[in-house]
Design a binder for this molecule. Sequence first.
Ligand code: HEM
Length: 429
Amino acid sequence: MKGWFQLIIDYRERLGLKHEADAATSVGIMRDFDNNNEHGTKIAKHYRKRVTERMNKKSLESEWVEAINGQEDFILDEFRRRGKEGKLAIDPAPVFWETALGESSKMVMFKFAIGIDLREKPKRLEKLIRCGKAGIEAFDGIDQHSLIFEWMPKFIRKFIPISLWPDYIKEQSELLDEIIEIVAEVKAENEQNENESSLISVFENDVKLGKMNHWDAIWTIHQLIIAGNDTVAISLRTFLINMAKHQEEQERIRNALKERNYGQKELKDCPRLFAAIYESFRYSPTVSESTPFHTITEDTTIRDMKFKKGDLIRSAIGAMSFHVGKEDPFKFASDRFLDENGDFRKYDASVPYHVGRRDCPGQILANIQLFHISKIILKHFRLTTSEMSVFQNLQEFENIYSGGKFTDADHYLPNLKENRVVFVPISDE
Ligand code: HEM
């Protein structure tokens, strides 16, 4: 893991770019708190606390919901145009790569992290989206070429021409440059205006208070951008595919949304929609395994399996989801996530964001995005498809996923092979 970040730092040094930090912070952010990277561990704990505090602020939730609702016309126009008014089946994900992260104005993720309007800076927006996507692809779908580079001793690496270095290094360096510039802008703005309008402003204040340093703030924003981009886009795509494949479910959710004229403000205002989002996570997980940054904290035996303190483990999130509820696991049935009062029901085995000290710090924001963007789409479009197979057993389940080579687009997340949906405008029916 250290190699991944160290390579970006070495690349910048080779180009003569200023870089005071070593990879400690980023490694700490991405690895278990129990390792012996003291500075990284401290910063990882601190940044997670700050992200959670900010996400839990109810006063900010309405701002994000407003930001998403502000995308309604954009989402409507995009799907009508790309899907030729309901005549063409399209892959919805590219729209979300723009909306989940960006959109023309009030991007939710960037609004949360950066707090500035990128409408007048389309080049910056394009760069953040492109480099963020390249970051997660390189991180999760690491290939031999990158591994050899990461683990080769630095004194050998310095003789290798920069043109032969893996492409993602260049992109991650570009991303860092952009973040450095944005942080400087936010800092200048904060000097005139004391309020903490974004996570960057929060971190900037922490830098002043000595709780983190400048580079910790930069690396943390880098992590959030790469982790919060494709995950939301792919989850949205999968949810829409599941809606297109399961017409009755789709209709029931639409009816529930209509009851309040699509005015639901919070997740609890439409448990049926939230249940379907969780059923979609269960039925076709976005992230099928936790990160490998968890260690056993004391010797433990579970059934006949013995784990020793310090063992590295990762959870099979996808496999666990086959143990949620009593119903057939191969059946898409969002009712399993509703209790007898019709409220959302949780399960220990349903952990799309995993659990514990390294669980996903972006989950509140992600759920808000999934809920409100889906609501807008179901309001304006009936989703259909002719090309998707429904699976009834494990083998069929595996067959509908890409299972391809690392070079396949999107291989790093378990993606459905058939992913096109027809967006039929409801007003035109
Ligand atoms: C539907 C969307 C998302 C899903 C399914 C998802 C899922 C996950 C999962 C399973 C992990 C690993 C947790 C573990 O191993 O314990 C994770 C980690 C992480 N996620 Fe998310 N995530 C999503 C969206 C986001 C967003 C929007 C952000 C940023 C705002 C984000 C930031 C992160 C970060 C920084 C980590 C690493 C945490 C650490 O190692 O301490 N994620 N996510």
